[in-house]
Design a protein around this ligand. Structure first.
Ligand code: PLP
Length: 378
């Protein structure tokens, strides 16, 4: 079979598959971004954003990928004259560290090996010193398929009085994130993950406290300027109009499904994926207790690297999974099951994995992975 993007089973760790309604929403004639039609679109998006974040608040759409949201947030909220704590246990934690250090020279990084949980005692120890003014971390470490335990870390961070800034790019609309209960001040989402819109927009939720603390960071991504324009259903600079049209449709789809339902479905798909991985005799990469519900990261079995697994899936079955990043390249593969991913995607993927492992004489029990999925279907 020739790989065909139009019909592929597409389960990379984001961008994710896009609903045809969202695709169609993008193919419109040119729109005047300063005219009534577009102002109406922005107004609708503003009204729909609480569906995505699960709460109302100050919410901004930025033209730019998720990293634009991170840069906007860190450049305007990381204090210049106070200490910032960065927690890191994967590629995106390291990215956070790099961005934050562009905007502050007073940074402490608490890190764990990729795929291991954040050392809570060390975090508490740093917070107890009483001078931490901002804490930055990644909720869902896409690179290793691990969800950090924010429910556990949040109370101490909130009680410390520090600004709590979260890269939730692959968590929002995939993993429960009670923003207010956890006291998060900035939540950064990307359009191409749980929301299932195309890549190219960053969505940022800010608390009242964060809005008061904003300082001019970068010019293009100035959050205060974006907030001010959005109040008038406008954007400060020319926005990526087709992406805004797609965003509105993706938000409508999310509203129709309901955030709770999407989170629940994503969780069930994740549980089924983990059970199917076990049934294949393969091993999860991260500490199992923290395995992510949006991305399942699996160790490549001995002797079966990307050329024998992922590339065969792609070439012979038109199934796209993602490989490892950095030092994990060729050592793990990742299955993204967020957004509008659904049971047929998993069934096809694990059927093909069974076939490949079976042909290699490495399948413990034919059919068991598929049963593990079927047993968990609604
Ligand atoms: N942070 C996390 C947790 C991510 O998963 C990603 C992208 O996969 C990013 C940051 C970077 O986002 P983008 O590539 O949209 O700029």
């Amino acid at each position: 079979m020739t790989p065909d993007p139009e019909t592929a089973t597409f389960l990379i760790a984001g961008p994710v598959r896009i609903h045809p309604r969202v695709l169609r929403a993008m193919s419109t004639p040119s729109v005047n971004h300063r005219g009534d039609f577009f102002h109406g679109i922005v107004q609708e998006i503003r009204e729909l954003l609480p569906v995505l974040f699960g709460t109302k608040g100050h919410q901004v759409v930025l033209t730019g990928s998720g990293t634009a949201g991170l840069e906007a947030t860190y450049s305007s909220l990381v204090p210049v004259d106070g200490r910032t704590l960065v927690l890191s246990n994967g590629n995106f934690g390291e990215r956070t560290n790099t961005i934050v250090r562009r905007y502050s020279t007073h940074v402490t990084t608490v890190s764990a090996p990729w795929g291991a949980p954040i050392p809570e005692a060390e975090v508490l120890n740093e917070l107890a010193k009483g001078d931490v003014r901002a804490v930055c971390l990644v909720h869902n470490e896409t690179s290793v398929g691990l969800a950090n335990d924010l429910a556990r870390l949040a109370p101490a961070i909130r009680n410390s009085g520090a600004l709590f800034l979260v890269d939730a790019i692959s968590a929002v609309a995939g993993i429960p994130e009670p923003i207010e209960a956890w006291g998060i001040d900035a939540v950064v989402a990307g359009s191409q993950k749980g929301l299932a819109a195309p890549p190219g927009l960053a969505l940022v939720h800010l608390s009242d406290r964060a809005v008061h603390a904003l300082r001019p960071g970068t010019f293009y991504l100035d959050l205060a300027a974006h907030l001010k324009s959005l109040e008038k259903n406008d954007t400060p600079w020319t926005p990526a109009v087709p992406l805004f049209l797609a965003l509105r449709e993706a938000l409508l789809l999310l509203k129709e499904e309901g955030l709770e339902h999407r989170l629940e479905r994503t969780h069930r798909l994740a549980e089924a994926s983990r059970a199917a991985v076990d049934a294949l005799g393969l091993e999860l990469f991260p500490d199992r207790r923290y395995a992510s519900d949006t991305v399942t990261a699996v160790k490549n079995p001995e002797g079966l690297g990307d050329p024998q697994l992922r590339k065969v899936l792609e070439r012979e079955y038109n199934i796209l999974l993602q490989g490892g990043q950095g030092a994990l390249m060729g050592k793990i593969f990742r299955i993204g099951h967020m957004g509008i991913a659904d049971w047929p995607d998993l069934l096809v993927t694990f059927a093909a994995l069974e076939r490949i492992l079976g042909k290699a004489g490495r399948l413990p029990a034919p059919g068991r992975a598929l049963s593990a999925i079927v047993d968990r279907m609604p």
